[in-house]
Structures are given as structure tokens and as C-alpha cells.
Design a binder for this molecule. Structure first.
Ligand code: GLY
Ligand code: MN
Ligand code: MN
Length: 459
């Protein structure tokens, strides 16, 4: 760990940048437009800015669908795709240049920049959209649009379409059909390209560094927010942000699945559960590690930890092409149930306990989710009534856990307040899977070894 300002420490981070090339967005637009076919129009608004309190806004984060197709980072923009339109297939409406506003709020691409730097065939000021967009919609039969995400914008889309319908007496054509844009787009987003996999590898690598850093600094008497500060420092020094608010829960707090206060003092003898990932180039990582605050597992902590680790290994073993989505969960559930029986925390026959879902007393969530631009990424888990079959390019988390809060009925006190989750990120490859979060200590021995080398830092 660095002490104070260190030139090489920061310079090293400048070399690792991996970002998508502009043609990646163009390729996506072409793929979507091919699926839409002629006679269709897609309309995607940028996310609005969100007020935090008073006159303060949250740091702006573009909408994932909008950004996936445009690479454009500003609010108050609308992307329009009209496959086969001769003058321009890809049109962006963006904020006009405004030297005064740009002095206060930052640079704007303006319509010229939208064409020059973002590949739009044509671009207009957002203030002109009411005059221009209905004319584009009029020539189409189908409107591809994601309803319900931005209700204010929904009303404007209805307004444009209804405005055309109202003019049918004048010979104006209006579309007959609304098509759910997210259906086609989210299926595309589920399959990560090589370029996306590279960015996700980098996002995972940064988060791995943050978790190692947390292991190296944690000691009894520190607060949960001080450990969180170490994670945030590691994310930000690599140009990354959080992909969700980190969970940093010591002892009993580790048994609260979405604990977020991160405010308590860490106690000698307790476990610390950290669920934290970063967002790099708008791609999320999502990692959980659980380790002892004092660097040494107690026998009970280690016993529970090893059951969760076995479950993760069992889940990872069935992730690959031709396996279906739920096999990893089934595998983890079976291993956790066996482990809980072995520890005496569940009693009965494993197949019966699995069937009756007895494990849910200790393991009440699922074993993973898709991962991508959103931490709980888009994409269907079932096709019809069948679990989805895994294919190369899909990325998911694998995150089994066991949680034993104080007072759990039928469980002796020595097991109380043990909450363990182990979460890693996995890319399905042609031959199996790639652990994107490789390199992060996972076994009790690896964790204890890293913690034994803890730096001396002031808490
Ligand atoms: N950090 C959210 C999750 O693990 O799903
Ligand atoms: Mn997760
Ligand atoms: Mn997580």
C-alpha cells in the first residue's frame, strides 16, 4: 500500500485504461436496425438528471440502453434509428451549444459534435424535436420503444403518435404498432462482445484490487465506513465509480443481505462481509468476500465459510456452454444443504431438505444474476418455460451464502452472527468459463495469508 502521494502509484493506473472503440456502438446500431427491418423507427431518450436534494443533482449516469447504442454521455438527448432511411438512419437530438451554460455546467457536443464524434448521420437541437420527430414517425409502421421507464417521455411519444392519428383525415399516415424495444436490445446486451469482455475484465480487476486493499487494512476498532473509504479510493484512483452502494457489514450486520449503513465499529472475533463492485467504462463488477476482522477464522466461522466455498466451487463447475441457467443454483443448494446437515444445523435427508427448501432458513437468495452495464443486468433467465441455456459471452455472478443471525431458532449460540457470502464474476466461454475476478483470495488459508501481511495503518 502506498503511503502518502506516490508518483508511480498513480501513474500506474493511467496505463490500464480499456474502453470501447466508437465502432462498437455503430456495430450495435447496425445489428438492432437489421432486427427491426424497414418500416420501423426506434426512439430512445437519455436518462433525465436526478435531483438529490435542494438544487443538487446526483452525479449523472447515462441510461444503459441509450448509452449502449450511442456512447453519448449527456442528458436531454434522444436517439432515433430509422433502418433503410436514405438521408439518415441514425439521428441524434442533443442540447445545443451554449457558451454561458457550458461555463457553468460543462461541455456539450452540440449537433455538430454529435455527427463528428458520435457517428450520427444527422443531428438537431433537442428543442426542435417536436417539429422534426413526428415527420420521421409518420413514414413508419412500427415504433420500437421501451414503455414505462421514463413516464414523462412516454407521454411525449404518445403525443407525437396521437398527433399523427388525429391528422389521418388529411392523409397523414401513422404507425399501427408499438414494439417493446427492450426485448430485442436486452437480448443483444446479454451477449458480451470481446471488447465488452475486455472492459468487464478490467472492471473486475479494479474491484479485486479494492477487496485486497480492504483485507490488508481491516483490523478491530476500525469502522465499516473506514473500510468502505479504502474501497472507494481504489475504485476512483482507477477512474472507476461504484456499481452500487457497497455493503460493509461486520458481525450481525453481515447477516443483513442489503445492509447499507456501514456505520459500526468492527469487533475482534467478528466476520466482515464486503459486497462491493465498481463500474468501469459503464460496466459493473460485483464481488463479495467475507473475512475475519482480526485476520484469523474461528473454527465455526471457518466451517460455515468452507460450506459456502464448496457451494461456489460446485456452482462454477456447471457453468459453461450447453448448461442451463439454473444448474449453478441447483448445485449450490445441494452442496449448502449437505454442509448444513454435516454441521448439525439442519437435520434430515438431503434430498428431502432440498425438496422442502429447508436451506432457505440460512440461504434465502439465488446464486447469481446476469452482470453487465447494470449490476443486475438485463436478459431473460427463461426462454418460454425453460431455463436459458448458457452461451459464450454471457456474464454472471456466482454468489452462494449462509446467514445465521443471533437468535436463529434451533441453532446453538456459537454459530450466531456468522454471515458468509462469496461472490465472483464469470464469463461463459466456448469451452467452459473464465473467472473474471481471479486473483482475489478465496480460501481461508489465502485470506489469512493476505491478512497476516496487513500494513500498519491508523484506524
Ligand atoms: N451487490 C448486489 C448483488 O450481489 O446482487
Ligand atoms: Mn451480485
Ligand atoms: Mn454483490
Amino acid at each position: 500500500m502506498p503511503s502518502g502521494f506516490d508518483q508511480t502509484y498513480y501513474a500506474e493506473t493511467a496505463r490500464v485504461h480499456t474502453t470501447l472503440r466508437k465502432d462498437e456502438h455503430a456495430r450495435r446500431r447496425r445489428q438492432l436496425m437489421k432486427a427491426m427491418g424497414r418500416g420501423a423507427i426506434a426512439i430512445l431518450p437519455a436518462a433525465p438528471e436526478r435531483q438529490r436534494n435542494g438544487d443538487v443533482h446526483y452525479h449523472y449516469r447515462p441510461d444503459s440502453d441509450f448509452h449502449y447504442l450511442t456512447g453519448f454521455n449527456e442528458p436531454e438527448a434522444v436517439a432515433v434509428l430509422v433502418p433503410g432511411r436514405e438521408q439518415a438512419e441514425y439521428i441524434l437530438f442533443v442540447r445545443d451549444r451554449d457558451p454561458a451554460r457550458e461555463t457553468w455546467d460543462g461541455r456539450r457536443a452540440g449537433p455538430e459534435g454529435a455527427v463528428r464524434d458520435f457517428g450520427a448521420d444527422d443531428a438537431f437541437p433537442i428543442g426542435d424535436i417536436d417539429d422534426i420527430l413526428p415527420g420521421l414517425i409518420e413514414r413508419c409502421d412500427r415504433v420500437y420503444y421501451s414503455m414505462g421507464q421514463f413516464p414523462d417521455f412516454d407521454q411525449r411519444v404518445f403525443g407525437w403518435v396521437n398527433g399523427l392519428k388525429g391528422q389521418s383525415k388529411n392523409g397523414i399516415h401513422s404507425p399501427q404498432e408499438f414494439v417493446a424495444l427492450d426485448h430485442a436490445l436486452h437480448d443483444m446486451r446479454l451477449y458480451k462482445s470481446r471488447a465488452e469482455a475486455a472492459v468487464m475484465r478490467q472492471s473486475a480487476r479494479i474491484a479485486v484490487g479494492a477487496h485486497v486493499r480492504a483485507m490488508r487494512v481491516t483490523r478491530p476498532g476500525m469502522t465499516e465506513y473506514q473500510v468502505m473509504a479504502e474501497l472507494l479510493h481504489e475504485f476512483h484512483r482507477h477512474g472507476a465509480d461504484i456499481s452500487y452502494h457497497p455493503i460493509v457489514g461486520g458481525g450481525a450486520n453481515g447477516c443483513i443481505l442489503h445492509y447499507h449503513e456501514n456505520a459500526d465499529v468492527l469487533q475482534d472475533g467478528d466476520l466482515l462481509l464486503i459486497d462491493a463492485g465498481c463500474e468501469y467504462g459503464l460496466y459493473a463488477s460485483d464481488i463479495t468476500r467475507t473475512f475475519p476482522v482480526n485476520g484469523r477464522f474461528t473454527p465455526e466461522q471457518k466451517a460455515v465459510y468452507e460450506v459456502v466455498l464448496d457451494a461456489q466451487v460446485a456452482a462454477l463447475a456447471v457453468i459453461g456452454p450447453c448448461r442451463h441457467w439454473n444448474e449453478a443454483h441447483d448445485s449450490a443448494v445441494r452442496t449448502i444443504t449437505q454442509g448444513l446437515v454435516r454441521l448439525g444445523l439442519l437435520k434430515g435427508r438431503v434430498p428431502t431438505l432440498v425438496k422442502e427448501e429447508a436451506y432457505k432458513k440460512f440461504y434465502m437468495h439465488r446464486t447469481g444474476h446476469w452482470l453487465g452495464m447494470d449490476v443486475h443486468d438485463v436478459g431473460e433467465y427463461k426462454v418460454g418455460t425453460e431455463w436459458r441455456v448458457l452461451e459464450p459471452g454471457m456474464v454472471m455472478t456466482v454468489e452462494p451464502g449462509i446467514y445465521i443471525p443471533a437468535g436463529t431458532r434451533g441453532v446453538p449460540k456459537r454459530w450466531w452472527n456468522i454471515g458468509v457470502r462469496i461472490e465472483d464474476d464469470v464469463l461463459v466461454t466456448a469451452t467452459g468459463n473464465e473467472l473474471l475476478t481471479a486473483g482475489l483470495p478465496r480460501t481461508p488459508a489465502e485470506i489469512e495469508r493476505v491478512m497476516a501481511r496487513r500494513a500498519r495503518v491508523a484506524a
